[in-house]
Design a protein around this ligand. Structure first.
Ligand code: CP
Length: 650
């Protein structure tokens, strides 16, 4: 029996061009076998598992058909809600377990980067059948296969990709592949649904490729024939002037009529990936036969990964230029070819080597930052999956951007720290060289906010003179006022629960809880929430075993609110633990530089501050037990942030 190699297809970029060409050659042969009914046995004795955490018609059924046609067998979880995933089993455990039942896993998952996780934990090869809005490499194989069959080649073709280019995973894989094959891509996004920056940066950095982007109206008016040339500023080597006779690419077959569009690739609006409020108003793209009636488009084929919704008129279906059902039919021979190619290469001991990549950044002694993408698998799988980052591809040194190793999104870092000196800095261009060195030394720490840096025990690099803005008596009065307001707002004090953000928010939470108890005789449960530790731990204060948020009115307490990021994280953590009746926010100090729309219900004092100011709340109990008691106070000082290039930072 043949053995499957541990070769994972997570991205279309995992397949070198000659291997894609070989897969197409095999697909031609399998298409012929299917036509003539000749049996195939390449996968005889092998089992493929299909794990679909999202619905599918084409991908799952054509993969399963392909495996059966190759003489193999299939075990399938077509709806992972009917599997132990519904009981909370992690993707990693599922991948490990299923590795013992199958020789190959095909996985579809709603979260970006999930296929990489499955590949890393599975002992058998994993093929990505679509991971969130990131990639769908085998759809691209089907797309390229049909496009090449229709046009005879891929290099130099001009392909207009229309619709939801933001969430459409088939589009992202297609862009990577067309860029490598030397096609000209014209992105035609539907209002705001642009190709994501991380996709553009990848093709720019790795392929020196820049897409042309036009609006739907610009495309329409150029097709109407009014324009002889819709110039899209060329950027070497692959961007060209669209609909002109000018073609900077070499070796484009001379037989092809110039100045024409070769394909429209239309996509559906990925409604399932966006909140109702983010859905574009009005109608979506509607593509009908009129688009093919111009001299510039009469040779164009119409492609779509399917399923379609309203974006493709049914009247197109009988037009021989409509090839979308051929794309979906190609799913069987192309996926047969992919499996057979893996076996063929393994048999010859010639699997393509995975790309050698820079090692991920180590965050020694500090937790890795959270990925900025809420749909990243690292944000949705639980603490076993540590976020992993590399430096972003961007050459802009004035911004420190890290790239998530799973979903590829960028995380822009505002504050950096050195793990040995325990100093933190506001990032600017002068720090870039130092940060590179800290990455090499494993000494980089990153923070969303100054507060996070200080909670983790980092001190500012430099600090200006301090000024007291609240003393102990004023802090006590502020706590009393907030506690009284909480009581006045609560219909039933027994429904209250107090949660403080570690560390000073938690100390204030205990004080407010004690004041509520003194006034009402009811002692609300109280917990401390660590939003910066992995997993956002919620720990009951006063020795209680558990802390229940369901149905309660939670008073979330923090010492200072500024950007609002800390509170937003805390709210998310609370909602992940249950369904409170309400969450109200109490803060001792409101600085008012909000980056997210959060307004506290109870405020001790509002203090307008400059951005470079730091407000630090010092509370008596924050002193170590063996030192003299620190009196409560709030101080304000200026952080002197600018770093000269010549300065030694260690
Ligand atoms: N094109 C595609 O992936 O279709 P399914 O969602 O039906 O698998």
């Amino acid at each position: 029996m043949a053995r499957m190699p541990k070769y994972d297809l997570v991205s279309i970029e995992d397949l070198p061009i000659p291997e894609i060409e070989r897969i197409f050659t095999l697909a031609d042969a399998f298409a012929e076998n299917l036509r003539t009914g000749s049996p195939c046995t390449q996968a005889s004795g092998l089992i493929m598992a299909t794990l679909f955490y999202e619905p599918s018609t084409r991908t799952r059924l054509s993969f399963e058909s392909a495996m059966h046609r190759l003489g193999g067998s299939v075990i399938s979880s077509a709806d992972m809600q009917a599997s132990s995933a519904a009981k909370g089993e992690s993707l990693a455990d599922t991948a490990r377990v299923v590795s013992a039942y199958a020789d190959l896993i095909v996985v579809r998952h709603p979260y970006d980067g999930a296929a990489r996780v499955a590949a890393e934990y599975a002992a058998v090869p994993v093929i990505n059948a679509g991971d969130g809005s990131r990639e769908h490499p085998t759809q691209t194989l089907c797309d390229l296969y049909i496009l090449r069959r229709k046009k005879g080649h891929l290099k130099g073709l001009t392909v207009a990709i229309c619709g939801d280019l933001k969430f459409g995973r088939t589009v992202h894989s297609l862009i990577y592949a067309l860029a490598r094959f030397g096609a000209n891509i014209v992105a035609v996004p539907y209002g705001g649904m642009d190709v994501p920056a991380y996709v553009l940066e990848r093709v720019a950095a790795e392929r020196n490729y820049k897409l042309a982007t036009v609006t739907i109206d610009e495309l329409k008016s150029s097709l109407a024939g009014g324009l002889d040339a819709l110039y899209l500023t060329p950027s070497a080597p692959h961007q060209m002037a669209l609909f002109t006779d000018e073609n900077p690419l070499e070796k484009v077959p001379a037989a092809r009529p110039p100045a024409a569009l070769d394909a429209f690739y239309v996509t559906r609006l990925q409604r399932e990936r966006m909140a109702e409020k983010d859905r574009p108003p009005g109608g979506y793209v509607h593509f009908d036969a009129r688009a093919l009636r111009t001299s510039r488009t009469q040779e164009a084929v119409v492609m779509h990964p399917l399923p379609r919704t309203d974006e493709l008129a049914y009247e197109l279906d009988t037009d021989p230029r409509a090839v979308y059902f051929e794309q979906s039919a190609a799913g069987v021979p192309v996926r047969m070819a992919l499996i057979a190619w893996m076996l063929e290469r393994a048999g010859a001991g010639e699997m393509p080597r995975p790309e050698v990549r820079e090692a991920p950044i180590k965050f020694k002694g500090d937790p890795a930052p959270r990925c900025a993408n809420a749909s990243c698998i690292t944000r949705n799988e639980g603490p076993y999956l540590t976020p992993r980052f590399r430096l972003a591809r961007s050459a802009n040194r004035s911004v420190l951007a890290l790239r998530c190793d799973f979903c590829e999104r960028e995380l822009r870092v505002e504050y950096v720290g050195h793990a040995t000196t325990r100093r933190y800095y506001h990032f600017d261009e002068n720090l870039y060289g130092y940060v590179r060195q800290w990455i090499e030394d494993g000494a980089l720490a990153v923070f969303d906010t100054v507060k996070e840096a200080e909670e983790r025990g980092y001190e500012p690099y430099k600090r200006g003179p301090q000024r007291e803005i609240m003393n102990a008596a004023e802090i006590a009065r502020a706590c009393q006022t907030m506690a009284a307001q909480v009581i006045a707002d609560a219909n039933d004090p027994t429904s209250l629960a107090i949660v403080g953000v570690i560390s000073r928010g938690a100390m204030l939470a205990v004080r407010i809880r004690d004041l509520i108890e003194a006034d009402t005789g009811v002692r609300p449960p109280c917990a401390a929430l660590d939003v910066y530790g992995g997993g956002a731990a919620l720990r009951a204060i006063d020795g209680a075993d558990s802390f229940d948020v369901d149905g309660r009115t939670i008073v979330l307490v923090d010492d200072v609110i500024n950007s609002g990021w800390t509170v937003q994280r805390a709210m998310t953590a609370l909602w992940q633990r249950g369904r409170p009746a309400a969450v109200k926010l109490a803060v001792l100090i409101d600085r008012g530089h909000r980056a997210v729309p959060i307004r506290p219900n109870y405020v001790g004092r509002s203090i307008p501050t400059a951005r470079a100011d730091r407000v630090q709340v010092r509370l008596g109990a924050s002193a170590p037990a063996d030192t003299k008691k620190i009196s409560d106070r709030v101080v304000l000082y200026s952080m002197v942030e600018s770093i000269r290039e010549s300065e030694s930072l260690q």
